[in-house]
Design a protein around this ligand. Sequence first.
Ligand SMILES: Nc1ncnc2c1ncn2[C@@H]1O[C@H](COP(=O)(O)OP(=O)(O)O)[C@@H](O)[C@H]1O
Ligand SMILES: [Mg+2]
Length: 255
Amino acid sequence: MIEFRNVHYSIGNKKIINNVSFHIPAGEPRIIMGHSGSGKSTILRLILGLACPDRGQIIINGENICGLNEKKMREMRKQIGMVFQDGALFDSMTVGENVGYYLLEHTDMSLAEIEEKVRRMLGFVGIGEEYIDRLPDELSGGMQRRVAIGRALLSTDPMIMLYDEPTTGLDPQMTTNIINLINRLMERNRVTSLIVTHQIADAFKIGDKFIFIDGGEVAFDGDINGLRDSTDPRVVEFLEPFRKAVAHVHKIDFV
Ligand SMILES: Nc1ncnc2c1ncn2[C@@H]1O[C@H](COP(=O)(O)OP(=O)(O)O)[C@@H](O)[C@H]1O
Ligand SMILES: [Mg+2]
């Protein structure tokens, strides 16, 4: 589970996160939506403990992470898989090295064992074996994103997966692949999943509960019906381009 309790966070004297509270039970997906610059990625950074709130509490699996020492924080991070906005692979390492990097550096598994795990993981995320020795920039954007998900899964034993704009810049086919993968992961291990996106059509295929961030504040927290019926001008304005899509969503059609 992930809970924010009245979290405030500033950089310099600029308020980035303003009194944010929400609660995500274990095993559930939650979509974070909002305009660019509204504070979505910052929320993920706070969950990873890469930044610390000025005030308020962040509780992960029952523990307030703000007070944890570095060792405990590292243990906590092992339970959190993060897929960064641009995939963020090591560009001088092969696909296989990217995916197996953590096991190579932090475990005493043999190379043969690691390679076996990497091959199985690549299969799971839908990347052919022939790509194992290629460099990331020889792959399409969608494939890079899948490799990044594979790397996150082999680097941690995630109870929680954080995805920052996982489908941005991908064509519709690649987008569908990534959404299927996110859904498959949630079903497999009941992974609590936080997906940041401003692509509303994609959001509906992943979950039906939404947190809408506007100017560092929670402007909406609820389900699809609440979202559709909201009269908050910030929500209305954000949804306006998608009104028709939202109006027709009664039940979520999982892909
Ligand atoms: N290191 C930083 N220094 C100053 N301002 C920052 C820094 N990181 C983020 N911000 C500001 O914080 C706000 C929220 O950023 P971010 O969380 O990246 O938004 P989003 O992911 O929703 O696009 C933005 O206005 C951004 O300019
Ligand atoms: Mg962002």
